[in-house]
Design a protein around this ligand. Structure first.
Ligand code: AMP
Ligand code: GLY
Length: 427
């Protein structure tokens, strides 16, 4: 089969490396890809928001399957365009991708289908936003409705900060049109975890759980980032909690989307807060997480591509099949010094090839670029190192041995990924 993967990050690198393990694959093309992906697949330089260019590329390479990595082309409707040409695509339509593309749509959908979530107010102007902020006494979360490159969520603990956040979005338009409307919502407390399912719009199968580490610095200090590391399975989710999440969040979502006439096909990512009163939905995403994909896919022992194809053909999937190895996976992101604020680019990367022989270590490129035959840093998150192991301790030892021997002065990484087994964990 010929496969086109859309995207250029660590997530797309691990997706490509998982697909090429399948005997069904003849050719993998990634657009735009990155230098790490180029070592295992072909790369083209059509950007993820050039929908017509990507459609042309799918035709040119005779793609038997298009897998869309990031949210932007999904929310823009790449799947809809490919559907018209009967090019098989795994991902939601733009109507279904509203679960991520509009936070207000998502909250109203959850309300309609009784999916547990925080209390919220939808606000179009600062006057209503101020009232909502007062209702929560400032202990709330302010969210731009639309996509804002992962920066549209501001967690607040007092009225002054919350009002400032609401003003910056609604009046100063820091996220332009994505902030025409905002959510002011209850700030939940508990332990966070992510649950991933694949769906064909009718049936779904869980593929794994992970815990992201979103803050820039150790002990969950510092600004929010796209994710500094992850562990799978999520230490805070036991079978009982997972059953609740499936029953109260995943099932009603898949069924609700059918009722709305927008069946959900693709990866469904549920960001969950496990609170004292049970799991509640923080947000939906319509894709695999980054860096969560770097810990879930390396654990796959079942053929990931075959699973997707079986789902797309609506074959009955046995929920008891063992998709993942029982191993633990931990990934740690090497980020540019200064990220998520200002940072310099263009530093030559450490020699990553020397870790290739170790079967328990995988390295995935994110913000990298080829320049004069050298791979240089080209983004906030540069690459991630994933280790597999029988337990958390071994896994941490393995991953940090690699990062420490790199001794690379131009980046930083969190030293506590997978370490915080949160004291608030509910068992
Ligand atoms: P998002 O960009 O939606 O993933 O949100 C970023 C982070 O903000 C989440 O991972 C949570 O840590 C936090 N967050 C979002 N919504 C809430 C909420 N209602 N209560 C508490 N924390 C939240
Ligand atoms: N790691 C968070 C995300 O992919 O949205």
């Amino acid at each position: 089969m010929n496969i086109l993967i859309v995207g250029s990050g660590g997530r797309e690198h691990v997706i490509a490396s998982t697909f090429i393990r399948s005997p069904l694959v003849k050719r993998v093309v990634v657009s735009p890809g990155n230098p790490g992906i180029k070592e295992i697949a072909e790369c083209r330089n059509i950007p993820v928001d050039d929908l017509d260019g990507l459609v042309k590329l799918s035709i040119e390479i005779k793609a038997d399957l298009v897998f869309i990595g990031p949210e932007l082309p999904l929310v823009m409707g790449l799947k809809n365009k490919l559907d018209i040409l009967s090019i098989k695509t795994f991902g939601p339509t733009l109507e279904a991708a509203r679960l991520e593309g509009s936070k207000i749509f998502s909250r109203n959908f959850c309300k309609k289908y009784k999916i547990p979530q925080p209390h919220y107010f939808e606000c179009k102007d600062i006057h209503t936003a101020k009232k909502a902020i007062k209702f929560f006494k400032g202990f709330c979360v302010i969210k731009a409705d639309g996509l804002a490159s992962g920066k549209g969520v501001i967690v607040c603990d007092n009225q002054a900060d919350a009002t400032e956040a609401a003003k910056s979005i609604l009046i100063d338009k820091i996220f332009s049109k994505a902030g025409d409307k905002i959510l002011v919502e209850e700030r939940l407390e508990g332990v966070e975890a992510s649950v991933f399912a694949l769906s064909n719009g009718k049936q779904f199968i869980l593929i794994g759980t992970a815990q992201d580490h979103k803050r820039a610095f150790e002990n969950d200090k510092g600004p929010n980032t796209g994710g500094m590391g992850a562990i799978s399975p999520a230490p805070s989710i036991n079978n009982q909690i997972l059953d609740k999440i499936v029953k109260k969040v995943i099932k009603p979502t898949i069924n609700g989307m059918i009722k709305e006439n927008t069946p959900y096909e693709g990866v469904l990512y549920a960001g969950i807060m496990i609170t004292k009163s049970g799991p509640k939905l923080i947000e939906f995403n319509c894709r695999l997480g980054d860096p969560e994909a770097q810990v879930i896919l390396p654990r796959f022992k079942f053929d990931f591509l075959k699973l997707i194809l079986s789902l797309m053909k609506n074959k009955k999937i046995d929920n008891n099949i063992k998709l993942l190895s029982p191993e633990i996976a931990i990934t740690v992101v090497m980020a540019s010094r200064g990220y998520p604020g200002h940072f310099e680019k263009g530093f030559v990367l450490p020699n990553l090839k020397k870790y290739k022989k170790d079967k328990k270590i995988k390295i995935f490129h994110s913000g990298t670029k080829l320049s004069n035959n050298k791979i240089i840093s080209n983004g906030g998150r540069i690459f991630s190192v994933t280790a597999l192991g029988d337990n958390v301790k071994d896994c941490r030892k393995r991953v940090y041995r690699v990062l420490e021997t790199m001794n690379w002065p131009h980046g930083f990484f969190r030293k506590d990924i997978g370490k915080i087994i949160d004291k608030k964990t509910i068992s």
